[in-house]
Design a binder for this molecule. Structure first.
Ligand code: CTP
Length: 404
């Protein structure tokens, strides 16, 4: 997550009564860390689960629980607190509160704030599975969706009551991701995006192999940004130690050949192919079945290499090729190699950077190579850069009629 991802966003975070209130401490920390201002309002029931003092310390702002709070100058907290808000987020949203919202009831500060709002409303339900499955709750949730309320979750799994099923509140990180995603423009709505990321690993024997220093961070950041932009994203990853971005379908592979096969399997269903992976150019033609041992005469092992398939070039050659985007990490002469590589791979857009210096780092500086020339983008953290690149890719798609 970029530290400034939600800079300038003002959120009203409403807590209602439920054990999942403990998750809101962490959610508040994530939101404020991303630059959002968070105004907390709590129902009376929520204060039984987490104290206003805790929420005030984490949000850095006074917490409101009563409609009659005299700290608001005009004594209209239900209007004033949401006046500047970009969204109201109710988390956790209890069964009772969802029912109140669905029926337009306004008998406490938080419900009145919701009905008097002039901004989007997001709810993050949290309850026991039977409460969630109850037809009344399902009716209320359907009504809220029909009213334009965004319902995030719930999750499925073990519950505080000891039962297992639907109704658990999304984890704080997933809730954060859903909120951050809500604020991104949906420039790839309806698009299916296939991304390769990370290094590949070419085995020499059962314990050794050849790989490279790609961390996968740029490819994963692009997968997250494309998902946030409304795309259906499939990520094919080499060996990396990274969490799968929220809402992204991930497939893990090891070798270039496996990556090639996985891409070829999926490519027919995609509109955009972004090849970010640092694919090994060669593999050994014979992988030893057993660990290669040192010999008594100290003779060095020797290997014969064969070329791996060029995944990007192969996709670009397909009769109904998706919009192809390549990446190139060069150690020098980017201006020359970038355009040469774009033409050689026959892709409309190639994103170039001075690779070895950026591997594993959290920021990057890239240039866009295309038939019309080169555009340099300013250095930025990989999250922000990925969001910018998604916008740049969306603008270049051949059929813009699908883009909002
Ligand atoms: N690529 C690929 N399959 C390969 C090699 C590269 O799909 N076997 C893709 C990369 O994912 C990237 C682009 O091609 O999008 C450029 O990768 P790079 O390694 O820079 O290109 P190479 O063709 O390997 O060129 P060279 O090693 O000569 O610089």
């Amino acid at each position: 997550m970029a530290t400034s991802e939600l800079a300038g966003k003002h959120l009203v975070l409403g807590l209602t009564g439920g054990i999942a209130c403990y998750k809101i401490a962490e959610l508040t920390r994530l939101l404020t860390k991303a630059g959002a201002t968070v105004q907390v309002a709590m129902t009376e029931a929520a204060t039984q689960f987490i104290t206003p003092v805790t929420m005030q310390a984490l949000s850095g702002r006074p917490v409101y629980t009563s409609q009659w709070d005299a700290r608001i100058a005009n004594n209209m907290p239900h209007i004033d607190l949401s006046r500047e808000a970009d969204a109201i987020v109710i988390a956790p949203a209890s069964t009772d509160f969802l029912a109140k919202l669905a029926h337009g009831m306004a008998d406490d500060l938080l419900s009145t704030l919701c009905i008097a709002r002039d901004c989007p409303l997001l709810v993050v339900p949290a309850m026991n599975r039977q409460m969630w499955q109850n037809p009344a709750t399902q009716r209320n949730v359907a009504q809220l969706r029909a009213d334009g309320v965004l319902v995030l979750g719930p999750d499925s799994g073990a519950q505080a009551c000891g039962e297992v099923g639907d109704g658990r509140m999304l984890e704080p990180e997933a809730t954060y991701e859903a909120i951050a995603s809500f604020f991104q423009p949906k420039v790839l709505a309806g698009r299916r995006v296939l991304i390769t990321a990370g290094p590949t690993f070419e085995p020499l024997d059962p314990v050794r192999g050849i790989t490279n220093r790609s961390s996968g961070k740029m490819g994963f950041a692009l997968a997250r940004a494309a998902q946030q932009a409304g795309a259906d994203v499939r990520l094919i990853a080499g060996p990396v130690a990274l969490e799968t971005p929220w809402g992204v379908y991930r497939e893990d592979v090891q070798t270039a050949q496996q990556m090639h096969d996985a891409v070829m399997q999926a490519v027919a269903d995609c509109d955009i192919f972004i090849a970010v992976a640092a694919v090994a150019d060669w593999r050994v033609d014979h992988v030893s079945e057993h660990k290669i041992k040192k010999t008594a005469d100290r003779k060095m092992p020797s290997f014969t290499f064969v070329e791996n398939p060029d995944i990007l070039a192969a996709v670009a050659k397909l009769p109904h090729a998706p919009f192809c985007v390549g990446f190139a990490a060069e150690s020098g002469d980017l201006d020359v190699h970038g355009e040469e590589k774009r033409v050689r791979k026959n892709v409309p857009l190639l994103i170039g950077n001075l690779g070895p210096q950026t591997f594993g780092r959290d920021d990057n500086e890239v240039a866009l190579f295309e038939a019309g020339g080169v555009t340099k983008l300013p250095r930025a953290d990989k999250t922000t850069l990925a969001q910018t690149l998604v916008g740049e890719i969306a603008r270049r798609l051949p059929d813009t009629s699908l883009i909002s």
